[in-house]
Write a protein that binds this ligand. Sequence first.
Ligand SMILES: NC(=O)C[C@H](N)C(=O)O
Length: 322
Amino acid sequence: MGRVHLLATGGTIASRQGPGGLAAATPAAELFAAAGPLPGLTVTTSDLGTVGSFAFTTTDLRELVAEARRCLAEGVDGVVVTQGTDTMEETAFFTDLVHDDPRPIVFTGAQRPFDAPAPDGPANLADALRVAASPSARGLGALLCFDGVAFAARGVRKIDTLRSGAFGAPGRGPVLRLAGDSVLPLTRPVRPAALPLDLAADLPRVDVIACYLGADAGLLRAAVACGAAGLVLEAFGAGNVPPAISETVEQLVSDGVPVLVCSRVPSGPVVPLYAAGGARLARGGAVFAADLSPWQGRLLLAAALAVAPEDPRRALTQQLAL
Ligand SMILES: NC(=O)C[C@H](N)C(=O)O
């Protein structure tokens, strides 16, 4: 008999139509009841909140991971977190960065609300509960289970605003597939060691700066003026930025502000190829973030700065080597 704890935070999976639009209001026990009986599983439930994930802060993120750890300490085989899909790729990734227990923490949600004529939440939740109890999920870290498959947290992205197949992991694919009651293993990605992050302390501010044709360095400087301790560039293509930005990056890095390079393209790695583009950024000391999305890169840089404020490079390199 598998034992799983369900921790609910809100999101569309818990939302119903109200006078001003959709609002999350359904508690964990009701979400579980709608997922139907799951023979062979004992499920306990608790509620951490009922908000849309677009309202999450990094404080909520730290509290969520701490709460999931408390649930695991009760001796369950795994934890399922229900939340909104808007920031699920960030929550799952952050959880994965610090998760050093072989038991999985599985995120799921829905694209259609709880009171829709054909909601997708109940099936997603049933799948996520099965994954959380499955021996095939052990050692895979934080997972995101949606629409019949589960993705490793690293590299997963929301790829559709409304369709039930909301997530993908470009260039990687899912790690588990659901078939009825069975959880079928597909691949086992190697995970770097967990970062020893103090969940009680605030994360340093890291901002993501978008690059677009003709962009100048104004937003980079503004971010630093607002207190950013590190910056992530949402660069063009394989990691190129307009000249005004690379010039400023060089200066910021030498002033001690680390800069991580990600791409605005959803698939493929960033590499310092072009003399006046990415190669210039690399010469200036920017770190290239493989195929991490800017939003996952931002959380990685914030965690690296928290763990090693003087020299986040080592933590970054260790996490990006795989
Ligand atoms: N499908 C969803 O859950 C989206 C919702 N806006 C949220 O992130 O809370």
